[in-house]
Design a protein around this ligand. Sequence first.
Ligand code: ADP
Ligand code: MG
Length: 268
Amino acid sequence: MTDLKDIAVAEATAQSGTPKMTARNVSVFYGDKMAIDDVSIDISQENVTAFIGPSGCGKSTFLRCLNRMNDTIPSARVTGDISLDGEDIYDSGMDVVQLRARVGMVFQKPNPFPKSIYENVAYGPRIHGLAASKAELDTIVERSLKRAGLWDEVKDRLVESGTALSGGQQQRLCIARAIAVDPEVILMDEPCSALDPIATAKIEELIHELRGRYAIVIVTHHMQQAARVSQRTAFFHLGSLVEYGETTEIFTNPKATRTKDYITGRYG
Ligand code: ADP
Ligand code: MG
């Protein structure tokens, strides 16, 4: 087992360029139960990073470490170090509300506020004081909806409820909401699992368009999706990071037996 861990750590730290986020020796416990076991990984700015692995292996738990969403789960305890642009995000001086704007999150099930389409996007910029006037706020809302590929579909109905949109539109609205506060990183936890194939394809296209502007991490249990949207893939199993590297390498030439077994469908 040690050899596999060595491979993972070596890969984790072998990326070119300065990483946007780094995790070192991160473990997560729910009460006494360990859900993440000593994970080290670099997240790059310019690539889309996919987290794959069977259900229950800790993908969501680890993703939530990256913007301290586990803080909201009373039994969860995180150890190790995580930094954003070299800054320790678990430092006692870190403003967690600010952190979650810088490291935004999109969830499995689209969760728009029960408010208008406009308000869904305007809410964040308003509470973060990003707009000095109504006109500026309008500009941010329009730009965010455009970047999320939703503007043309909603520009004439901004006052309608966000919850009245289709599932795929709601998910793009949630992406627009994350974009509106000018994030640096966007975390997506199985963002297409509640969507039909056409809505899924739109989200995947959008991920391509957003690549480079934001560091993107996507959790997916759908291996073809990981292969389509990401340049780096991390394979998790039973709370460990088994292997991390170029997506094409992971899918065509995995080093670890457990990765090979997973991508060839030996377990789900
Ligand atoms: P994945 O996203 O890969 O399916 P999770 O991160 O959701 O995996 O879960 C990893 C492990 O942690 C599982 O054993 C799961 O049951 C456990 N777990 C997840 N969330 C909680 C929680 N809030 N409280 C207790 N255990 C949890
Ligand atoms: Mg999950």
